[in-house]
Design a protein around this ligand. Structure first.
Ligand SMILES: *Cc1c(COP(=O)(O)O)cnc(C)c1O
Length: 361
C-alpha cells in the first residue's frame, strides 16, 4: 500500500514535506530532547514557535497591525455561537447570508445569542447561486454581517468580500483560507477551522480587528472571551500544541513555495482542469453550481446515472483516488482540491473520469 491522492473534504490532505518533517522530529524537537507534544506551552521553545507561526501567517495573509491573530479551539462550529456572544449586545440584530449548509448552521447556532436576521437565502436555487449584491438589505445598526466565504458542501464561493456599508463583516473561511490572496481590511473577523487548508482539526485560526475585541458583548466566562484570549496570547489554557506546531510548519512551507500568489495560480489551474472535464463530458458528469459562484476548493459533481456511483467510488479508490464520495445531503461525488493537493492528483482524477465515462457511457 502507498499514499493515495486524497480528495477528502476534511480533515484533509496535508503537504507531504510537512508530514515528513514532523515525522523526522517527532521524538526530539529542536534542542528539547522531547517531542513538541511533550513540552510546556509556556516554555521558551514553544512560545518562540507560537510567535513565529503568527508572524508567518501575518506575512502570508498581509494582516494589518490593527488586527489580532488568535489560535483557538472548538472547531469553527463553536465559534458560530461564540461570535455573537462576543460581538453582539443581548438582543442586538446580527445579519446572516445563507448560501449553503454551513452558513445555515452558523445562523442557527447564533440564534440563542443574537436577533439573527437571515437577509439572504439561496435555498430556492438549492444553494447553487450567490445572492446578487443589492438583493438584500443590511441593517446599519446590526452588530455584524456573517457569511461563509466558501461553502464546503455545496461548492459555492464568494469571489470577494461584500459591501456592508461599514457594518463589520464576519466570514467563515474554514475551507478557503490561504487559497488565494484576500484584502483582510475588508473584514472585521476572518476565522477558520484548521483541518482543510492549515493543519490538524481542533485548532481554529481567527484574525480579528482589534476594536471589535473591545465590544462588551454578553456576560460570558473568561475562557469564552476573544478579548481575554488576545490579551493572553491565546494561552488562557493549554492550547492544542501539536496542531499549532503543524500549522506553523504549513505556514513556513507555504512561504517557501512563494506565498498565496503561487497557491492561487495552482488552485486556479487545478479547478479549471476539473471543471473543464466535467463540463466537457457531454452530460456524463454535471456540476450544478452557477459559473460565477463555483468554488476553487470543493467541486461537487453528479454522474448522469446515480446507479454508477458505487462503481465509480470502488474503481477510483482502487486507482488511488481517495474520498470522492459526495456529502450525504447532495449525493454523487465531491472532489476537494485544497492547497496541499498537487496538480498531478487532479490530472489523475481527470484521466480516470474520462476513462470511466468511456467504459460506462
Ligand atoms: C468544516 C467546516 C466547518 C466546521 O468545522 P468544525 O471544525 O467541524 O467545527 C464550518 N464551516 C465550514 C465552512 C467548514 O468547511
Amino acid at each position: 500500500m502507498s499514499r493515495g491522492f486524497n480528495f477528502s473534504a476534511g480533515p484533509a490532505v496535508l503537504p507531504e514535506p510537512v508530514l515528513r518533517r514532523a515525522q523526522a522530529e517527532l521524538l526530539e524537537w529542536g534542542g528539547e530532547r522531547a517531542s513538541v507534544m511533550e513540552v510546556s506551552h509556556r516554555g521558551k521553545a514553544f512560545i518562540a514557535l507560537a510567535e513565529k507561526a503568527e508572524a508567518d501567517l501575518r506575512a502570508l495573509m498581509g494582516v494589518p497591525d490593527d488586527y489580532a491573530v488568535l489560535f483557538l479551539q472548538g472547531g469553527a462550529t463553536t465559534h458560530f455561537a461564540l461570535l455573537p456572544m462576543n460581538l453582539a449586545a443581548a438582543g442586538q440584530r446580527a445579519d446572516y447570508l445563507v448560501t449553503g449548509a454551513w452558513s445555515k448552521k452558523a445562523a442557527s447556532e447564533a440564534k440563542p445569542h443574537a436577533a439573527v436576521s437571515v437577509i439572504a437565502d439561496t435555498a430556492a436555487s438549492t444553494y447553487t447561486t450567490l445572492p446578487a449584491p443589492g438583493s438584500y438589505a443590511i441593517d446599519p445598526s446590526a452588530a455584524y454581517v456573517h457569511l461563509v466565504a466558501n461553502e464546503t458542501i455545496h461548492g459555492v464561493e464568494f469571489a470577494d468580500a461584500i459591501d456592508t456599508g461599514g457594518v463589520p463583516l464576519v466570514a467563515d473561511f474554514s475551507s478557503s483560507i490561504l487559497s488565494r490572496p484576500i484584502d483582510v481590511s475588508k473584514y472585521g473577523v476572518i476565522y477558520a477551522g484548521a483541518q482543510k487548508n492549515i493543519g490538524p482539526s481542533g485548532l481554529v485560526v481567527m484574525v480579528v480587528r482589534k476594536d471589535l475585541l473591545e465590544r462588551a458583548g454578553q456576560p460570558r466566562a473568561k475562557i469564552l472571551s476573544y478579548k481575554e484570549h488576545a490579551a493572553q496570547g491565546s494561552m488562557l489554557n493549554t492550547p492544542p500544541t501539536f496542531s499549532w506546531y503543524l500549522a506553523g510548519l504549513v505556514f513556513e512551507w507555504m512561504l517557501e513555495q512563494g506565498g498565496l500568489a503561487t497557491f492561487e495560480a495552482n488552485n486556479r489551474r487545478k479547478a479549471e482542469a476539473l471543471y473543464t472535464a466535467i463540463d466537457g463530458s457531454g452530460g456524463f458528469y454535471r456540476n450544478p453550481v452557477a459559473l460565477d459562484a463555483r468554488s476553487l476548493m470543493n467541486v461537487p459533481f453528479m454522474l448522469k446515472d446515480a446507479a454508477l456511483d458505487a462503481a465509480f467510488l470502488k474503481e477510483s479508490e482502487a486507482a488511488g483516488l481517495l474520498a470522492l464520495k459526495g456529502h450525504r445531503d447532495l449525493g454523487g461525488m465531491r472532489a476537494s482540491i485544497y492547497n496541499a493537493l498537487p496538480y498531478e492528483a487532479v490530472a489523475a482524477l481527470v484521466d480516470f473520469m474520462g476513462d470511466f465515462a468511456k467504459r460506462h457511457g
